[in-house]
Design a protein around this ligand. Structure first.
Ligand SMILES: [Zn+2]
Length: 280
């Protein structure tokens, strides 16, 4: 598979003049642009699957997939950056952040990203009772950024916490470790272009969007439960059975009772809006 965003490991160029034979089985394509377009889509699908596998802890399978497809999950600098954040190696994370600076696009959020990293570093020092180190981060690293001063003041107040429990309660922070660093990484990822690093849980987001669209298209949608990945099948489109659709009145609104909640989505909402609503 050829990459279209420069992340292919072999650096080979995609067929562009209609004479080169694509490697992905589309030998019948005569138009080089069409072949390139499909290659880009294929590469993105592979990256989405790779991210899902990695999130599920199947790193070796992800590596094999990337190797065989000649794709890269993330830009090498971004991959290193993620590893340093997850390892809590803040000095190296900052170094790799500088490498990513040129890839951040017009809305350069380097200061905000640096702030988020230093915030985590500061809180981890506090949890470890390394008060002097925490104070150093606050005075010499966070404050000079001149960014989100209100939050800096709030962070300084956490120094007064007398125990880890009190610190976690006041900060609403998960504490030093995988969970809080994953949350941090999710925030940082939102500032990186998708060509550099995929947004968090991208495949799940897309699948949930697909389910939401199926719900809107469901002609007899009749459930108050949100259709989501944890209660639906992806193997067939969502469709409420016609037999379950209410055909008879089961409840009447009595005078003085609380007004019934309108339907939020689905075709029944249109019907709801057609009915005159009795005033209390
Ligand atoms: Zn339905």
């Amino acid at each position: 598979m050829q990459a279209s965003n420069g992340f292919a490991q072999n650096g080979a160029s995609a067929a562009s003049n209609g004479t080169a034979a694509p490697e992905n089985g589309h030998q019948d394509r005569e138009n080089g642009i069409e072949a390139t377009s499909n290659t880009k889509a294929n590469e993105e699908i592979v990256r989405l699957i790779g991210q899902y596998l990695k999130n599920e802890g199947l790193s070796k399978t992800c590596d094999a997939l990337m190797s065989e497809s000649k794709c890269r999950l993330d830009h090498p600098a971004a991959a290193k950056f993620r590893q340093q954040v997850m390892d809590g190696d803040w000095t190296k994370a900052d170094h790799h952040l500088q490498e990513l600076k040129t890839m951040l696009g017009p809305e350069n959020s380097i200061v905000e990203m640096k702030f988020l990293i230093l915030e985590q570093k500061y809180l981890e020092y506090l949890e470890d009772s390394r008060v002097l180190d925490a104070l150093h981060v606050l005075r010499n690293e966070l404050t000079p950024l001149q960014h989100n001063t209100q939050r800096v003041h709030q962070l300084s107040s956490f120094m007064m916490c007398s125990s880890t429990e009190e610190l976690l309660e006041k900060t609403k922070w998960a504490g030093k470790g995988l969970r809080s660093r994953t949350t941090l990484m999710d925030k940082l990822q939102s500032y990186l272009p998708p060509t550099v690093m995929l947004p968090p849980n991208r495949l799940n987001v897309l699948l949930n969007q697909a389910l939401e669209l199926q719900t809107i298209r469901c002609t007899h949608h009749y459930t108050s439960i949100d259709v989501a990945l944890n209660n639906s099948s992806l193997l067939v489109d969502h469709c409420c059975p016609v037999a379950d659709f209410p055909m008879h009145t089961v409840q009447a609104k009595a005078k003085g009772k609380r007004k019934a909640e309108p339907l939020k989505k689905g075709p029944l909402r249109k019907m709801w809006l057609c009915f005159p609503q009795a005033s209390d």
